[in-house]
Design a protein around this ligand. Structure first.
Ligand SMILES: Nc1ncnc2c1ncn2[C@@H]1O[C@H](COP(=O)(O)OP(=O)(O)O)[C@@H](O)[C@H]1O
Ligand SMILES: [Mg+2]
Length: 313
């Protein structure tokens, strides 16, 4: 597993990473979520041994990243921000070079390249110069070099940044497929990514971890967790329905929009939806739609990182 204790990085006056501690166990996909400049990349560079911490320790399966760097780095695959690669090389020659650096002999290298080519679906571009590849393929080459030695730990800095929606989806599927017995750490400033791939999310703001929980727990912190929306068929019904809904004990408040009512629950115990469904049936209201929300991650994220309105129940 990975153990990070009191990790800190100072650049002159700036405390880019401010006393971060956490543990990660195999099978976890941890998302570092935070605005630009929060300290995600700096943390990842220290985890992978590319940057020395000002203070604190990183241990990768018992190997200290500073005092036992090579042993630690053997267990890590790293995709740095922006996927740097040797543009004039082809994926085949680049991957061969990386595998050689990782200590594989010629026949092992051929085998390893075949393995990652298959997983990352690189066959069609293996002998094309990297500079001529699309962003999606470049990213897959970056991922291929990160997993070529089948590392126990994968550190991926903004792996889907700048990709189109289809490419994002493909890269996420690949990450999900890889992660069964590994530790995967992903940084992102994209919220949807967290819910899509991560089992755990650490929100970083100004160099500190300000929240560490599952994506689901994050949604539960939302004011809109279990909120119910009713879309009406006749606009005049809005005020009438709103009045009756407001009378229910399980309702905290009702927000009116043009064609819909958003009902915020008083308690997050699942009691709102059945109560509303009952009322709708009793009163025989004609609705276009009725649905319950899981919660809004963007609202939770904003309130945690910007010190906005307090979240939680
Ligand atoms: N080598 C460096 N020298 C000085 N400041 C740096 C250096 N690297 C990063 N920073 C600063 O540290 C802060 C955190 O940066 P970074 O870790 O890249 O954030 P993120 O990846 O979350 O966007 C930023 O304010 C950034 O400008
Ligand atoms: Mg970054």
């Amino acid at each position: 597993m990975i153990e990070v204790t009191h990790l800190q990085k100072r650049f002159g006056q700036l405390l880019a990473v401010d006393d971060i501690s956490f543990k990660i166990v195999p099978g976890e996909i941890l998302g570092f979520l935070g605005p630009n400049g929060a300290g995600k990349s700096t943390t990842m560079k220290m985890l992978t041994g590319f940057l020395a911490p000002t203070m604190g320790k990183v241990s990768i399966w018992g190997c200290d990243i500073e005092t036992d760097k090579l042993s630690a780095q053997k267990q890590i695959g790293y995709l740095p921000e922006g996927t740097p690669a040797y543009e004039e090389m082809t994926p085949r020659s680049f991957l061969d070079f990386i595998a050689e650096v990782r200590g594989y002999n010629k026949s092992e290298r051929v085998e390893r390249i075949a393995f990652v080519t298959e997983i990352m679906a690189l066959e069609s571009v293996l002998d094309q110069r990297i500079e001529t590849l699309s962003k999606g393929f470049k990213r897959r080459v970056g991922l291929a070099q990160a997993i070529i030695h089948d590392p126990k730990v994968l550190v991926l800095d903004e792996p889907t940044d700048g990709l189109d929606p289809n490419q994002k989806y493909q890269v996420r599927e690949m990450i999900r497929g890889l992660s069964k017995d590994k530790i995967v750490i992903i940084s992102t400033h994209i919220l949807e990514e967290i819910a899509a791939v991560c089992t755990r999310v650490a929100i970083i703001s100004n160099g500190k971890i300000v929240s560490d929980c599952t994506p689901r727990e994050l949604e539960e912190k939302s004011r809109y967790h279990q909120a119910v929306t009713l879309k009406v068929k006749v606009q005049e019904d809005l005020s009438k329905f709103a009045g009756r809904l407001n009378d229910l004990d399980v309702v905290r408040s009702v927000e009116k929009n043009e064609w819909e009512l958003l009902v915020i629950p008083e308690h997050k115990d699942g009691s709102l939806l059945p109560a509303i469904a009952n009322l709708v049936k009793e009163e025989d209201w004609q609705l276009a739609e009725l649905f319950q929300e899981k919660g809004r991650l963007d609202e939770v994220f904003r309130s945690i990182t910007e010190g906005g309105p307090h979240v939680g129940s």
